[in-house]
Design a protein around this ligand. Structure first.
Ligand SMILES: [Zn+2]
Ligand SMILES: [Zn+2]
Ligand SMILES: [Zn+2]
Length: 165
């Protein structure tokens, strides 16, 4: 795949420590540049989302926050998630009712997600790279698109291999 190649390396073998470190550093830099407060709770939630390239529900995040020693009430987790989504560090996956870290923080993009139904790994790509073009249809009908989110469900490579065994 040369064109339409996924931006996210979620489905590929990679040095995840480096991947996590780079993402956290980018978030830190972005917040400093835009005078945003990356509070310990926000930072921790982002770290949790980046941990496994998987979508996490708000309750899972709340549990993990508590495990990490945050004496957190639901509003703390929700507010941290709101902050991350609003500032483009995370996306909400409607289909899973869960959140995932953004693969392209700090850039304008219309995300498209490939969701593995087995391991629930989520890879982000850009919908502009998919073959389907919403905007032509929308122009024609006079519909004004504010946001497009494409969610595709399927099986990732490693899960497909396991299924074949
Ligand atoms: Zn990674
Ligand atoms: Zn994104
Ligand atoms: Zn999978």
């Amino acid at each position: 795949m040369s064109d339409g190649k996924p931006i996210s390396i979620a489905f590929e073998q990679h040095d995840h420590n480096a991947c996590l470190g780079k993402a956290m550093q980018a978030a830190q830099g972005y917040c400093e540049e835009h005078k945003l407060q990356l509070t310990p709770a926000r930072r921790k939630v982002l770290e949790l989302l980046l941990q496994e390239h998987r979508a996490l529900g708000a309750y899972t995040i709340l549990d993990l926050l508590r495990e990490a020693g945050f004496n957190s009430q639901p509003p703390v987790a929700y507010r941290a998630l709101d902050f991350l989504v609003e500032n483009g560090f995370a996306h909400r996956i409607e289909r899973l009712n869960a959140f995932v870290a953004c693969a392209l923080p700090g850039t304008e993009h219309s995300p498209a997600f490939m969701i593995c139904r087995q391991c629930e790994t989520v890879a982000e790509t850009q919908s502009s790279e998919s073959n389907f073009n919403f905007s032509t249809t929308a122009d024609f009908s006079g519909f004004k698109i504010e946001q497009t989110i494409i969610e595709a469900k399927g099986v990732c490579n490693s899960c497909a291999e396991i299924e074949q065994l």
